[in-house]
Ligand binder design. Structure first.
Ligand code: BGC
Length: 292
C-alpha cells in the first residue's frame, strides 16, 4: 500500500504519495506558515494529505515525516527544530489525531541519507556519510548497512559538531558549529556585503570570475574540507555524499572540496566524495520509507 512522505522545511512543506516500489506517484507543496503557528502547520499537512488522496480508491494508512531537527528516542517528539520553531513538540501524536493515520518521524538529513542509500549515490555502501548543505547543515550515517540513529536513540546532529572554538554563532545557541560555516546560509551571510542575497548568486558570481565571490567560496570550501576531513579521520567512511542546494554547483564546488579534504585527511587513500543523486525529493522518499 502506498505511503505518504512529508518533508517539513522552514520555507515549504512538501508531501508525496510513494508506491511500495518506491515510485513517487503524486506530489504537492505548500508554504510553511511564517508565524510558525503549530495549528496552522497541522492544517497545512491535512490539506496536503487531502490533495494527495483525492481520486485514490483507498485512504493511505501511514505517513512518514521528515523534520529538520532532533527527535527523541521514542520517535514521537521533536526536541528541537530551530528553523520551524519546534521545541519539545509532540508532532507524532498531534498529526495522528489530525490525519487519523499512523505517523513516523525522522530527521530530514536521516531521511535524505536513507533515500540516498536505497535509491541514490550511496546504494551498496555498508558504511557511509552524507551531508546536506542547505539552510542548516544536515548529516546522517549508514553503519553496517543501516541508518545509525545514535547510541541513545536521539539521532545524530553532525551539523553541530564544533568546527571553530568560540566561532560564528549558530542557530542552536552555541558558537562555532560546523553549520555556521558549511551550510548554504554561510554563503548568504558572506555575500550580503556585495549585494548577493542567495548562495546561488555567490556561486554564479564566483563561476563568472568575480574575485570577491571566489574568496568567499574558497573560504567556504576550506571549512567544508576541514569538517569532512575530521569526519573521515573519525569514521573512515567508504563514501560521502553531498546534497542540498549548494551541491547543484556540481564539479565547480566538488572538485575543490575533494582536493581540500585530501590535503587534510590522515589516510592517503582518497575517500570517494560524490554529489547526492536522489534529488530534491529525497526527504519525501526517506520519510515514506520509514512509514510502516
Ligand atoms: C538541524 C538538523 C537538520 C539540519 C538540516 C540542523 O540545524 O539541527 O536536525 O538535519 O539542520 O535541516
Amino acid at each position: 500500500m502506498a505511503k505518504i512522505g512529508f518533508d517539513i522545511g522552514g520555507t515549504n512543506i512538501a508531501a508525496g504519495l510513494v508506491s511500495d516500489e518506491g515510485v513517487l506517484l503524486k506530489k504537492g507543496s505548500l508554504p510553511f506558515p511564517q508565524d510558525k503557528d503549530f495549528e496552522k502547520v497541522l492544517s497545512t499537512c491535512e490539506q496536503l494529505v487531502a490533495a494527495l488522496e483525492e481520486g485514490e480508491t483507498e485512504p493511505v494508512k501511514s505517513v512518514g515525516v521528515a523534520v529538520p531537527g532532533s527527535i527523541d528516542a521514542t520517535a514521537s517528539i521533536v526536541l528541537n527544530a530551530f528553523n520551524l520553531g519546534f521545541s519539545n513538540t509532540p508532532l507524532k501524536e498531534a498529526l495522528e489525531e489530525r490525519l487519523h493515520k499512523a505517523v513516523f518521524l525522522i530527521n530530514d538529513a536521516d531521511a535524505a541519507v536513507l533515500a540516498e542509500h536505497r535509491v541514490g549515490s550511496l546504494r551498496g555502501c555498508s558504511n557511509a556519510f552524507m551531508i546536506t548543505l542547505g539552510t542548516g547543515l544536515g548529516g546522517g550515517f549508514i553503519f553496517n548497512g543501516t541508518l545509525f540513529r545514535g547510541g541513545r536513540g536521539n539521532g545524530t546532529e553532525p551539523g553541530h559538531a564544533i568546527l571553530v572554538n568560540g566561532g560564528r554563532h549558530c542557530t542552536c545557541g552555541n558558537d562555532g558549529c560546523a553549520e555556521a560555516y558549511c551550510a548554504a546560509t554561510r554563503l548568504v551571510q558572506d555575500g550580503k556585503a556585495y549585494g548577493w542575497s542567495s548562495a546561488k548568486m555567490v556561486i554564479d558570481a564566483a563561476k563568472a570570475g568575480d574575485p570577491f565571490a571566489n574568496a568567499i567560496v574558497n573560504a567556504y570550501v576550506d571549512d567544508i574540507g576541514s569538517y569532512l576531513a575530521s569526519v573521515i579521520n573519525l569514521l573512515d567512511p567508504e563514501r560521502i555524499a553531498i546534497g542540498g542546494g549548494v551541491s547543484a554547483a556540481g564539479e565547480f564546488i566538488m572538485k575543490p572540496i575533494r582536493e581540500n579534504v585530501q590535503k587534510k585527511t590522515f589516510f592517503d587513500q582518497p575517500t570517494d566524495i560524490v554529489v547526492a543523486t536522489a534529488g530534491n525529493d529525497a526527504g519525501i522518499f526517506g520519510a515514506a520509507f520509514i512509514a510502516e
